[in-house]
Design a protein around this ligand. Structure first.
Ligand code: GLU
Length: 501
């Protein structure tokens, strides 16, 4: 048998930001396409004119590109099955409706909203399922034509066969819905607007989609779509409905749980490779292993839809941070410098990146390297480095733990000795000189260990713990030589200010 090329699609509605749930759907589709050497198609489902926005589409495209999920057919790249925006395909839907009406697979329904509501109320009173009675099913084609020609408004409904609607779901196995639960679904509203289930099926069929991979919020739509495929005599694709993503309280993941849009993760300074890795693990795991870090290439190699679990996945921000720290460690320093810069620029601590002198770039690279191991995401860097730009001596002195240290006589002697050496030596302080001074101060004052180093650290940074002096001292000394919008004080300036307050 000839092997059919796998064709999958991601079909977002541009009605808001791309969130983790949909991004995972996009990723799984992309992985299936890349794993099988098939095609990944992006289709914009913008038939809801009220809620669809161009800026959402632009953002969506930007987010997918940022994640590295490139598409083979779709907006911006084109392809043989376009257009790839539903709003540009209305004529296609219209001609298909005519075909179904002509063949008697669909019929016009002239029931008014009031009639439908009355039917619904009656069904409730009689404890029957609230589905359409099929009243207009029996209209003769002549009657139907005549009423339409006379201008009576009508919706178009699919004539559902009286048999269970079945489909195969790769995640859930065989799924069957009794036909009564589906009734005769509306394909086109009386306003002339075709409904989601209808257009999605036409598009999937014409775009030759072989696997429909999407969120399980669509599972109850699938029998209707299957009935539409069957009405047209089209082959029914495979389906894979992905489980819901939950928050830590096991409620559906939402804004309440924190940031969930892809744009917000990018703004925080989560790397795309970390997010891709994390999203892949939300409902999938590799065969026989506990491994958790995967590059995109490794995911492409390992990913199998058959290993996607039907049970809900719980979104774990700590794990995402853990993965981000892993990828921050591996990332190219020049890339990190470029990504970290805007956070400092926004704080008013760095000049605009494009015009900055090389000296500033080299200095900032050291800053990033020093603080990177202590952050979950890049957005946290300025806070870690704040003391370089702003040292609140008052706050440092009044912090209870610091006060206890500073009050001791030994601390005062250490600081006085340190200040004296700084006054006697005009040259910038190097880590080597610092080390020899600390040795001589130790000998002179008898202070050692914490008693020796904590007072100095408090004077320089405002806290008694922090990064190694070897790295910290050059950062302060070199920073003070850079023409920055916010001055970075040298070691000498810091000690003088500290002692003067
Ligand atoms: N536009 C639909 C959504 O965003 C697509 C559903 C589907 O993949 O069929 O939920």
């Amino acid at each position: 048998m000839e092997k059919k090329e796998t064709r999958v699609r991601f079909a977002p509605s541009p009605t808001g930001l791309l969130h983790v749930g949909n991004a995972r759907t996009a990723l799984y589709n992309w992985l299936v396409a890349r794993h099988t050497g098939g095609k990944f198609i992006l289709r914009i489902e913008d038939t809801d004119v009220e809620r669809s926005r161009e800026e959402h589409e632009t953002q969506l495209i930007e987010d997918l590109r940022w994640l590295g999920l490139s598409w083979d057919e779709g907006p911006e790249v084109g392809g043989p099955h376009g257009p790839y925006r539903q709003s540009e395909r209305l004529e296609i839907y219209r001609s298909h409706t005519e075909q179904l009406l002509r063949e008697g697979k669909a019929y016009r329904c002239f029931c008014t909203p009031e009639e439908l509501e009355a039917e619904r109320q009656k069904a409730i009173a009689e404890h029957r399922p609230q589905v359409y009675s099929g009243k207009c099913r029996a209209l003769s084609p002549q009657d139907s034509e005549a009423r339409a020609a006379a201008g009576a408004p009508f919706a178009v409904r699919l004539r559902i066969p009286e048999k269970p609607l079945r489909f195969h779901d790769i995640v859930r196995g065989e799924v069957a819905f009794p036909h009564e639960t589906v009734s005769d679904p509306i394909l086109v509203r009386s306003s002339g607007v075709p409904v989601y289930n209808y257009v999605v099926t036409i598009d999937d069929a014409l775009m030759q989609i072989t696997h429909v991979i999407r969120g399980d919020d669509h599972i109850s739509n699938t029998p209707k779509q299957v009935a539409i495929y069957e009405a047209f005599g089209w082959p029914v694709p495979e389906f894979a409905h992905l489980s819901t993503i939950l928050g830590s309280d096991r409620e559906r993941l939402s804004k309440r749980h924190g940031a969930t849009s892809i744009a917000s993760f990018r703004e925080m300074g989560i790397l795309p490779e970390a997010l891709v890795n994390y999203l892949a693990l939300l409902g999938w795991g590799p065969e026989g292993g506990t491994r958790e870090t995967f590059t995109a290439e490794e995911l492409v190699h390992e990913f199998r839809l058959e290993r996607v679990t039907a049970s809900p996945a719980v979104f774990d921000f700590d794990k995402l941070h853990w993965l981000n720290r892993h990828y921050l460690k591996l990332a190219d320093p020049a890339r990190l410098l470029h990504l970290a810069w805007p956070y400092f620029e926004k704080s008013g601590w760095l000049p605009a990146q494009d015009h900055a002198e090389q000296q500033i770039g080299a200095w900032f690279a050291k800053l990033v390297a020093l603080f990177l191991p202590s952050v979950d995401c890049l957005e946290q860097l300025p806070d870690k480095a704040r003391f370089l730009f702003h040292l609140d001596v008052e706050a440092a002195r009044t912090d209870p733990e610091n006060t206890a240290i500073l009050q001791t006589e030994s601390a005062q002697r250490v600081l006085a000795a340190f200040a004296q050496r700084l006054r006697e030596n005009a040259a910038p302080l190097t880590p080597e000189v610092f080390k020899s001074w600390m040795n001589s101060i130790k000998a002179e004052t008898g202070a050692k260990g914490k008693d020796l180093f904590h007072p100095v650290r408090i004077a320089l940074t405002g806290a008694h713990s922090g990064p190694e002096f070897d790295k910290l001292i050059p950062l302060m000394e070199e920073g003070s030589q850079c023409a920055l919008p916010t001055h970075v004080a040298s070691v000498r300036e810091r000690v003088e200010r500290f002692l003067s307050q």
